[in-house]
Design a protein around this ligand. Structure first.
Ligand code: AP5
Length: 216
């Protein structure tokens, strides 16, 4: 499980973990954005909360994640990014994993200061077609805001403006940070410095995951 504030780098690392171990990645933000895009009932309910930077209600998220996790193909492992984000969600996950007898092996918190987050997120751009990640600092899109992978249009995520980011950071402090104590009490929490380059963050994360798998 990857914990961390908005923009800490959870999605970036989750994708690499998925590729390295060939396991599913469950990113609640991505799943919800797809539901919004497809205008499903869940997407219609979630849209307003997401654009305001607030958490989507626990009952919706818990049902959505239970449905995705409780499948036989996940028996060999999976990576969680952006879930749980509240104590109620963590309790629901713990209950589900207990029922399945699939113990949670590691919780990695990626830490980073708020000003770096605001800089990262206000400069982030994503391809509206294939989801490729760009940023205006060192990985800009092609001229005309086009994606170099699929030629789709590269846009600002609707919740990536500075005001909504500040709300997301407040929400993280009040509703998600208590999970530090929650997982520390279960001896599962490890921390990685998210200000390092992506490859170095990844090496640290992998070191923790392999240590946990070896029972260290
Ligand atoms: P979600 O999509 O999960 O947003 P978030 O947590 O705010 O996370 P981000 O996607 O912004 O950042 P990240 O940590 O994944 O960083 P990334 O790797 O992209 O959630 C969106 C919304 O959905 C929520 O606000 C809420 O409304 C709802 N929601 C989701 N889950 C929910 C839940 N469980 N309960 C209730 N509601 C929920 O990196 C960010 C940028 O930095 C990228 O441009 C990347 O290239 C760059 N970057 C990454 N790592 C580095 C590095 N080491 N050095 C330099 N740049 C880096």
């Amino acid at each position: 499980m990857l914990l961390g504030a908005p923009g800490a780098g959870k999605g970036t690392q989750a994708k690499r973990i998925k590729e390295k171990y060939a396991i599913p990645q469950f990113s609640t933000g991505d799943i919800l954005r797809e539901e919004v895009e497809n205008q499903t009932q869940l997407g219609l309910k979630a849209q307003g909360y997401m654009s305001r930077g607030q958490l989507v209600p626990d009952s919706l998220i818990i049902a959505m994640m239970r449905d995705r996790i409780d499948r036989d193909e996940n028996r060999c492992g999976f990576v969680l990014d952006g879930f749980p984000r509240s104590v109620a969600q963590a309790d629901a996950l713990e209950k589900l994993l207990d029922e399945l007898s699939w113990p949670l092996q590691a919780v990695v918190e990626i830490t980073i200061d708020n000003e770096s987050i605001v800089k990262r997120i206000t400069n982030r751009r994503i391809c509206s077609k294939c989801g490729a990640d760009y940023n205006l600092i060192d990985k800009p899109p092609l001229p005309g805001d086009l994606c170099s992978v699929c030629n789709g249009s590269v846009v600002l995520r609707p919740d990536d403006n500075e005001q909504t980011i500040r709300t997301r950071l407040d929400v993280y402090d009040t509703q998600t940070k208590p999970l530090r104590d929650y997982y520390e009490a279960r001896s599962l929490l490890r921390r990685v410095d998210g200000n390092q380059p992506v490859d170095e963050v990844f090496d640290s994360v992998i070191g923790i995951l392999e240590g946990a798998a070896a029972g260290k």
